[in-house]
Design a protein around this ligand. Sequence first.
Ligand code: IMP
Ligand code: MG
Length: 194
Amino acid sequence: MEDHIAKVLLTEEQIKAKVKELGQKITEDYRGKNLMIIGILKGAVVFLADLVREIRAPLKIDFMAVSSYGRSTRTSGVVRILKDLEGDISNYDVLIVEDIIDTGLTLSYIKENIASRNPASLKICAIFDKPSRRKVKLEADYSGFVVPDEFVVGYGLDFNGLYRNLPYAGVLKPEYYQERDKHENPKPNTGKGK
Ligand code: IMP
Ligand code: MG
């Protein structure tokens, strides 16, 4: 898996330090509040797990899963809720935790959807940000790293479901971005050859 990576954008150490810093800020800002972390599945899982352990304040965790239609790596902006929150959030200071803000379309839909349930407050925390690609006005209140306009994998981010478990963020070698169909429909072994 490591040999699929062309370039490391952010090392494990850089990410660890940033997550600690974000956790400290959130700890201060949410002192005395009723914090509910809402993770957006699946990409945010790795970041969320690290972040909550850097927050020294009482908190609860819930998850939402959404899907944009189509299998393009370019987001369509049409969002379907695959898994909804478990409970009422109207008394909570909600912090949405996301992996990356790209066009911003997904998160602006989610933000509006969550806002309509009247949380006490609502903010966004994203570990990666591609501001150059934004199609709607949307900023994270807590932002980790600005990344270039390239398709990033690792630290929760996937290509075709793979690479989420890399402890750093990087860019794949071009040949692996063309492997989509092979990964999804591995050719059966015909017994020919070896
Ligand atoms: P947006 O709606 O364009 O902001 O897209 C947000 C979602 O697209 C993220 O939550 C990711 O799942 C996915 N995404 C956007 N850019 C990347 C990337 O560089 N690598 C992996 N996934 C990405
Ligand atoms: Mg995602």
